[in-house]
Design a protein around this ligand. Structure first.
Ligand code: NAP
Length: 246
């Protein structure tokens, strides 16, 4: 039986650890060739070993996603090599300052907005033409429950994820007449470095692993998933709230 993503090209940002790493492995297991982006070379090399051990393949792209020229070079390379992109998982994220808004340094706020919002705008701009050339282009953006709350001391992260959600939904509306499907995921609290930084006192054993979360997200990347502009809540295991405007 052929794998659901056989011969597909899947880009995963933030693939050096955590949910992005697990998603990259899961997409490779589903048959995709994974293009894995992050800054940490060591994490990417570990990922490559893990994917190869499962019989899959990956291209490693050590890149700070804020480097817009690097992103342009990446899209050119993808265009030349494959001429299309089948799956784009925009997973890279930054927690940012966990402090009252009155204490947030502008530079720290802007860094968080850059990684969680601006980088994803650049990704959309860079990858849109390639996604449209796929028979079933799928874009998935990692959001957070924080986007829907206003929890004290988590302002910059929540603000950035709320902006990301509107951006992804706008992109869904702008691609609605194409084969490209654009969706958001709230993974829920997951056993990663980001979560441990936010909640140092929490027992990580009480949280789902990135592998468990990744398995729930993979179906949104498949050609068979034809919803667009929706938010998938992993914990609740269902699609929520968002619908495209009339
Ligand atoms: P994580 O363990 O901190 O991993 C974040 C990933 O993003 C790393 O691979 C990191 O790679 C990459 N990254 C950050 N800045 C980057 C940059 N400038 N350029 C390239 N890559 C960059 O986080 P996670 O918990 O796996 O989170 C993954 C996504 O899920 C994030 O969008 C997060 O907001 C969301 N989320 C997580 C949870 C949770 O409980 N864990 C809950 C809700 C939502 P390098 O450092 O190697 O560059």
């Amino acid at each position: 039986m052929s794998l659901p993503l056989a011969d597909k090209i899947a880009l995963v940002t933030g693939a050096s650890r955590g949910i992005g790493y697990a998603l990259a492995v899961a997409l490779a297991e589903a048959g995709a060739h994974v293009v894995a982006v992050a800054r940490t070379q060591g994490g990417l090399e570990e990922l490559d070993d893990a994917i190869q051990a499962k019989g899959g393949s990956a291209t490693l792209v050590p890149l700070d996603l804020r480097d817009t020229e690097g992103l342009v070079r990446l899209v050119q390379a993808l265009d030349e090599r494959y001429g299309r992109l089948d799956v784009m998982v925009a997973n890279a994220g930054r927690l940012g300052p966990v402090s009252p808004l009155t204490h947030v340094e502008t530079q720290d706020f802007e860094h968080t907005m850059q990684v969680n919002v601006t980088v994803n705008l650049h990704l959309i701009r860079a990858m849109d033409a390639l996604l449209r050339r796929s028979a079933a282009g799928r874009a998935v953006f990692l959001s957070s429950g924080a986007a829907h709350k206003a929890t004290a001391y988590r302002g910059p992260y929540a603000i950035s994820k709320a902006a990301l959600e509107i951006m992804a939904r706008t992109y869904a509306a702008e691609t609605v007449t194409t084969p490209v499907k654009v969706n958001l995921v709230n993974p829920g609290p997951t056993r990663t470095k980001m979560r441990a930084t936010l909640m140092p006192g929490e027992d990580p054993e009480t949280l789902p692993t990135p592998d468990e979360v990744a398995k729930a997200i993979v179906p949104l990347c498949l050609p068979s998933f034809t919803e667009t502009g929706r938010l998938f809540d992993v914990r609740q295991g269902r699609l929520l709230t968002y619908h495209l405007p009339d």
